[in-house]
Design a protein. Structure first.
Lengths: 286, 673
């Protein structure tokens, strides 16, 4: 049986063999692997870049106290960025499924239109959700814009939903029963985590503090930008984003304020992206 | 004569892009070929997720152009102009001939082989395609990246490159079970790709799918999944899966929505009852594996739905109602509790106006209180399509009368242009009250649509009001309903962004705008619509009735005479508006024709008002036309601009009154003369 960890190892070696730099998860909470600077910033500008990494996605509002078979406030994505997007990228992707034991000829694999947009990152792209026998297993996106900047060359992003694929490979209906390693299940590793974080996210998180943190991190991002430190500023943007997500799960954001918060994050992302690009242009031969 | 084949090979196209291409390709190909001087006998289009294929049958072997003499620039024009002219006709400059003060090109008869011309045709066709959304990649811009191109004229390969690919003979079949294939010619195309597991023709795929579904049993498709599914597969295979009987204990629309929304499955029924089975269309794979996978996905969704349903029942409709105060409706428009309260008030007024039965009225008012509760339900959070339906189920569970439950379910209708209308009167009234409030409040808050931006779906809401009012013959009094909404909004403590005196008439006009497309469909002209709008009628029903009356009167002599008579009155009245008396003084009349016109006006006033109240605008037009003779007699005999300012003012006022009475049946000056 393919354990969760061996499936990840297989993906790592598949993409490593295709020239990807294997990165590690980012150290700050992100809602998706896209927000990791290895994606959002590296897709900017002309330099080629190929990377693959696991990203824990932190989405406070998706928590279900561990009671739902496949919805959690923390789940794992496998993120691949290919810049520029190769011509045969769909077939290369199908190859990665074969590498983890999914024979594309045995299944009904479908590429169904799905267009992605992140208003707070000023980013959007066109692509598909990949269906395997009716189940969505991957998001496939040709990035068109990030940080409000048109991308050239266009990168392709593959985001695998690891728990779903793992559950399918192991023929279990609840993530809880999925083997992480031969002797340990997902529940063993994460069930308590889900319970505690769901409680915190929905019931306990200090909303006044979070609102303050949002303001503080925003101000800090601006200061970092003024000193020409876009990478540091971007971390502050990510912290704003996590504070926003927690405020949201605490239902502390009125519909009227939501747009304003998103706009503030978008402005920062755009400023960071611009500064990052400018810095990159200066060091282009380094 | 050879056939031309163009196959543009793409990464999986969205279903909507396939449909766009299918519609546009025939015109594009015919046009491009005609432009190249190669008119084809027929075209056929085959569209599938990975290919857009256009075939022109019977393309001429060559373009034959006869010899001609073309006049160019003047003989004394600069050298540059002469050279350009020569180049245009493919001649060396020294072969130009001078005659009659001009330069001439003697173009010899020419024959150009079609093979040399079709490359440009292909480029024109591909670049002419318009998609709702396009993306960039290395190769260019299209709906999705283009990965190969096959162009053949007869069995000859045509040399052309576009969007990053060069034409070849090699096509590609089914993504996982096909492989590459050499295309022989247009004649063999469908069979060539069938060999690599592709049914390229959409109509054929639809037929295969329908046949498969029919074999699976009696299937339903209330959400219209089939139209999309046809373009999601290249090698359709209808399979059947099952699920546990216990999910059929859920109200029917819940499992149906779980099957149809997102998953695009087709529920199977027997004697009108759902069976615990569903049909779906796969694009390949091992049937046993594919069925098992899809069953698991559906069970997951049914579990979610059942869980949500039970949770909602445990929470109860009353509890949901109390939560509405915490959910915002429009920015600055307060909560959904505020909205429900306004809808309740507007609905009450509407019931009085249309004189609904007391029973209907009670149902409408109770449903107005309850109809937004399901927005906070877990089920609607999972399946937004169930809004309204979920509320009706929970209301029934709470013991509400059937009429109330039906009105809650129906008040979202119509959900799209031309969609199904509420079946019952209570649902129809509640739907109008809800939509009128949404439009009125959005306009009062400055959130009206701008250009193509309509984030709150106000056009759809307005079109819904119009469709229901016209089909039921409701007299709405839209202005009063919307004013009531806005007044209540203020009473609820919300600040307006615009004065009600401006926003309410704007909102009414906005709703009346939605009458226009319906009238155009009924053969009313743009000018007749404008004339009817100019009458100042303030409801969809009278507006539609007046439009139709003007249409029916079109071309008649009486209407033409009325138009002219009205024009004379309104023009002179407008010019002399400042001098006009405040009221007509009959003692100041000097001529019989003045008295005659005044008497005719009194009669017309009564008859027009009477006919308009009955929405009988044909009679109203008759009554107006009866004014033509007295008006014309008046202008024959009476000098309007009399020297005595009092007499003049009196005459101007009479004409102004005549014009405004006539305008009640249309601003005739909008009509073509």
């Amino acid at each position: 049986m393919t354990t969760f960890q061996s499936m990840i190892a297989q993906l790592q070696s598949y993409w490593e063999a295709r020239g990807c730099t294997i990165m590690q998860p980012y150290h700050t909470e992100v809602g998706a692997g896209t927000s990791n600077p290895a994606t959002l910033l590296r897709v900017l500008g002309p330099r080629p870049w190929r990377t693959a990494y696991v990203e824990p996605s932190i989405r406070p509002d998706d928590g279900r106290y561990g009671e739902n078979p496949y919805r959690f406030q923390q789940f794992y994505q496998y993120q691949v960025i290919l810049k520029p997007a190769p011509d045969d990228v769909l077939d290369v992707y199908l190859g990665s499924l074969a590498a983890i034991g999914i024979d594309p000829a045995e299944h009904d694999i479908r590429f169904v239109e799905d267009n992605w947009e992140s208003p707070s990152l000023g980013a959007w792209g066109l692509g598909w959700e990949v269906w395997m026998d009716g189940m969505e297993i991957t998001q496939f996106t040709y990035f068109q814009q990030a940080g409000g900047i048109e991308l050239d060359p266009v990168s392709v992003e593959l985001t695998y939903g690891l728990e779903r694929i793992g559950m399918h490979l192991q023929k279990v209906r609840r993530a809880h029963d999925m083997r992480w390693s031969p002797d340990v299940t997902w529940a063993h590793v994460y069930l308590d985590n889900e319970r505690q974080f769901s409680t915190y996210n929905y019931e306990l998180a200090d909303t006044a503090m979070l609102a303050r943190h949002f303001d503080d991190h925003e101000a800090e991002a601006v200061r970092c930008l003024e000193r020409g430190l876009p990478l540091v500023a971007y971390d502050q943007v990510l912290k704003c984003s996590h504070a926003f997500n927690l405020l949201d799960s605490r239902r502390a954001i009125a519909v009227t304020d939501r747009q304003a918060y998103i706009l503030r994050m978008r402005r920062l992302s755009q400023a960071v992206s611009k500064a990052y690009l400018a810095a990159q242009a200066e060091t282009v031969d380094a | 004569m050879p056939d031309l084949l163009i196959e543009i090979g793409c990464e999986e196209l969205p279903a909507s892009a396939c449909c766009d291409a299918e519609q546009q390709l025939p015109g594009l190909l015919i046009g491009a070929l005609a432009g190249a001087g190669l008119p084809a006998e027929a075209v056929r289009i085959h569209v599938a997720p990975r290919r857009l294929t256009a075939i022109a049958e019977g393309v001429p072997d060559e373009r034959i152009s006869e010899g001609s003499e073309q006049r160019g620039p003047r003989a004394d024009a600069p050298e540059q102009a002469r050279a350009g002219f020569a180049r245009k006709h493919g001649l060396p400059a020294e072969q130009l001939v001078e005659r009659d003060g001009f330069v001439w090109a003697m173009v010899a008869p020419a024959t150009v082989p079609a093979a040399e011309l079709v490359g440009a045709v292909v480029t024109e066709v591909a670049s002419g395609l318009q998609f709702a959304k396009t993306m960039r990649w290395d190769g260019g811009r299209f709906s999705r990246p283009v990965r190969w191109l096959v162009v053949k004229l007869g069995d000859q390969l045509v040399d052309v490159a576009l969007l990053g690919v060069t034409a070849g003979e090699e096509s590609h079949g089914h993504r996982t079970a096909g492989g590459a294939v050499r295309i022989g010619s247009a004649a063999t195309y469908l069979e060539d790709v069938r060999g690599v597991r592709v049914v390229a023709d959409a109509a054929e795929r639809r037929e295969l799918i329908e046949r498969g579904l029919n074999q699976a049993g009696e299937w339903i498709d209330p959400m219209g999944a089939l139209d999309e599914v046809v373009y999601l597969v290249e090698w359709p295979q209808v399979l059947v899966g099952g699920f546990d009987q216990r999910y059929l204990e859920l109200p029917q629309r819940i499992p149906i929505t779980a099957m149809q929304s997102h998953q695009r499955y087709f529920p199977l029924v027997r004697d009108g009852r759902l069976e615990p089975r569903f049909a779906f269309v796969a694009n390949g794979g091992d049937p046993a594996v594919v069925v098992r996978g899809n069953e698991e996905v559906l069970v997951g969704r049914l579990q979610d739905a059942a869980f949500a349903f039970e949770k909602d029942l445990a929470r109860g409709l009353q509890q949901m109602l109390t939560e509405l105060a915490r959910v915002s409706f429009l920015e600055g428009g307060g909560s959904l509790a505020d909205k429900s309260e306004r809808v309740h008030e507007v609905a009450g007024q509407l019931c009085e106006r249309v004189e609904s039965e007391p029973g209907t009225r009670d149902a409408v008012l109770r449903a107005a209180e309850l109809c937004k509760a399901d927005i906070v339900s877990t089920l609607v959070a999972e399946f937004s399509d169930l809004q309204g339906y979920a509320g009706s189920v929970y209301a029934r569970h709470a013991g509400e009368p059937e009429a109330v439950c039906d009105a809650i379910e129906e008040h979202h209708r119509p959900v799209e242009a031309g969609g199904e209308l509420p079946a019952g009167e209570a649902g129809a009234l509640l739907s109008i009250a809800d939509k009128a409030d949404t439009v009125a409040v959005a306009f009062a808050l400055g959130a009206q649509p701008t250009g193509s931006r309509d984030p709150y779906g106000l056009r759809r809401a307005a079109a819904g009001i119009v469709a229901i009012a016209l089909s039921r013959g409701f007299e709405l009094g839209l202005g009063e309903l919307m004013a009531a909404s806005v007044h209540r909004l203020v009473a609820q403590g919300h600040d307006l962004k615009r004065k009600p005196l401006e926003s309410v008439p704007d909102a009414v006009d906005f709703v009346l705008d939605r009458v226009e497309p319906l009238m155009l469909e009924e053969g009313v002209s743009v000018e007749e619509i404008r004339a009817a709008r100019g009458s100042g009628v303030s409801g969809p029903l009278p507006l539609a009735a007046l439009c139709r009356a003007l249409r029916d009167a079109r071309g008649g002599e009486r209407l033409a005479a009325l138009r002219d008579a009205y024009g004379r009155c309104s023009r002179i009245a407008a010019k002399g508006a400042e001098e006009a008396a405040t009221a007509v003084d009959t003692s100041r009349f000097e001529m019989d024709e003045e008295r005659g016109l005044c008497a005719a006006l009194t009669v017309a006033d009564i008859e027009i008002a009477d006919a308009a109240a009955r929405r009988d605008f044909a009679s109203a037009l008759e009554a107006a036309a009866a004014m033509v003779a007295p008006i014309n007699a008046y202008f024959e005999a009476v000098m309007v601009m009399a020297d005595d300012p009092v007499i003049r003012g009196n005459r101007l006022k009479l004409l102004a009154d005549v014009a405004s009475t006539l305008r009640l049946v249309g601003d005739f000056e909008q009509l073509p003369g």
